[in-house]
Write a protein that binds this ligand. Structure first.
Ligand code: SF4
Length: 165
């Protein structure tokens, strides 16, 4: 994707005042299901130029850390928001309500800080942008966004994954 995300920011909002919402695990926060982080150097470097706000929708939705892994069952975040499918953890527990709650809390924070862009961790059932796990817990993926990403997009916030930087 190269410099296109930078052009997007410059063209729409200028550079200096831009606030970017980020999956907290990409910034080194130990909020993943296994109690660890996935720090991403390219995302961290953005902090030199932009205001970065870390969010973990799964924690905001009331889930513990560490937690049992969860996946959207066969569809994507839009389908979850529309009540067409569920998010279930590896032990079979329905955690859909936590995911929807976490998405709305994240949206609240995005609005509070007037965030223009969300950089989400690819394939996460909450934060993915364009590709997410298929619900089989086998590593297979389907096209689609995570639940939070889907809600942010519906509210006019641009979204991309760390893999697009
Ligand atoms: S919900 Fe998002 S921020 Fe939280 S651990 Fe998963 S990918 Fe990272």
């Amino acid at each position: 994707m190269g410099a296109s995300w930078q052009n997007l920011l410059r063209k729409n909002w200028g550079e200096s005042m831009v606030t970017i919402l980020c999956s907290a695990c990409l910034l080194g926060v130990n909020c993943k299901y296994n109690g660890k982080a996935s720090p991403n150097e390219r995302v961290l470097q953005l902090g030199k130029k932009y205001n970065l706000i870390p969010v973990c929708p799964e924690q905001l939705g009331g889930l513990p850390t560490p937690r049992v892994p969860q996946e959207i069952q066969g569809m994507d975040g839009d389908a979850v928001l529309d009540g067409k499918c569920k998010v279930v953890n590896k032990e079979g527990k329905d955690v859909t309500e936590n995911f929807i709650r976490g998405a709305h809390e994240t949206l609240k924070i995005a609005k509070l800080f007037n965030a223009k862009l969300f950089i989400g961790k690819q394939r996460s059932p909450s934060c993915a942008c364009g590709e997410t796990y298929d619900g089989s817990f086998t590593g297979r993926t389907v096209k689609g966004d995570g639940v939070t990403t889907a809600l942010l997009k519906r509210n006019g916030i641009k979204c991309m994954s760390q893999e697009e930087l």
